[in-house]
Design a protein around this ligand. Structure first.
Ligand SMILES: [Zn+2]
Length: 301
């Protein structure tokens, strides 16, 4: 069977999947990421994992979802290929990605991970029937992608839709990984939850399932912050549908009530009317599937 190797690299995990052209995930492996290594070590490990797979399977292409800000990238060099910003993998800033993936002899593509999740939702998820929607990936950080009039919106230089860095607080005492203050990500990501409570998001999820008040309260506050960001974007773009994906979206039932309440309070009367916030059914696989779809489309596989 003709398949694509899709790789989703997050702040704490790397996932490799073999995906068919119709979007079936045939095999999937997860590895721990090491946030404190050098970019050389990072690419050495990545190259080995990819090369080992290419020796066993003749993939049509390799599609990589990365949590970084960068221009559009495919086999050929396009303008400035270096990573502009990478709050959750800071050692990647300044790395020339075209150079880093030049060892590949098959078609390859690298795209921002949240954009990949958005495309996964448009292809096989909650966004299939929508011409315009937003997808947020809740994990170590908060990523987001915008689908406008049937297309991924990348902005003038390919770096649009950083909803995680919308400013939702102006008191100046909540630093964000981007170097700014008061960003949504500093309030509603797994990192923010851990900083605030001392528990990992996974532990908090377990505690919330057991109805422990500390965790229920943490998710309620997270939902309020998320709702504030979503309400502002609804006002700006008049988008009805917001899909929440990523690892932390598993706690949807715990943060949704406060999230939709504050989103509706923050949005104006018009945009508020049809506002919907839904949980992704693709979950963590959205990024892998979107990356596979992108390479399939760009190289007409
Ligand atoms: Zn920020």
């Amino acid at each position: 069977m003709e398949t694509i190797l899709a790789i989703d690299i997050g702040g704490t995990h790397q996932r490799f999947a073999e995906i068919s052209l119709t979007g079936d995930i045939l095999e999937k492996n997860t590895y721990q990421s090491h946030p404190h290594i050098s970019s050389e070590e990072f690419f050495e490990i990545l190259r080995k994992r990819i090369s080992d797979r290419l020796k066993k399977t003749s993939f049509l292409g390799v599609a990589v979802a990365l949590p970084v800000l960068m221009p559009v990238l495919m086999n050929e060099k396009v303008g400035n290929n270096s990573v502009q910003d990478a709050p959750n993998l800071p050692f990647l800033v300044g790395v020339d990605l075209a150079q880093s993936f030049s060892f590949l002899s098959v078609p390859w593509i690298v795209e921002n991970d949240a954009n990949c999740a958005l495309l996964g939702e448009a292809w096989l998820g909650e966004g299939q029937k929508e011409s315009s929607f937003c997808c947020l990936t809740l994990g170590t950080g908060i990523g987001s992608g915008l689908f406008l009039n049937g297309k991924l919106w990348k902005g003038v230089r390919g770096m649009a839709s950083e909803m995680g860095h919308l400013k939702i607080d102006f008191l100046g005492n909540t630093p964000c990984t981007c170097g700014g203050q008061g960003c949504l990500e500093a309030f509603a990501s797994a990192t923010a939850l851990q900083k605030k409570t001392g528990y990992t998001a996974q532990e908090l999820y377990g505690m919330a399932c057991r109805r422990e008040s500390l965790a229920l309260h943490a998710f309620e506050q997270m939902g309020e912050s998320l709702g504030r960001g979503i309400g502002s974007v609804a006002n700006l773009l008049n988008i009805d549908l917001f899909i929440l994906a990523g690892r932390l979206s598993q706690a949807f039932e715990f943060f949704y009530p406060s999230c939709i309440r504050v989103a509706k309070e923050s949005a104006m009367k018009g945009p508020r009317q049809h506002l919907k916030i839904v949980q992704s059914k693709l979950g963590d696989d959205a990024g892998l599937l979107g990356a596979a779809w992108l390479i399939k489309k760009k190289f007409q596989l």
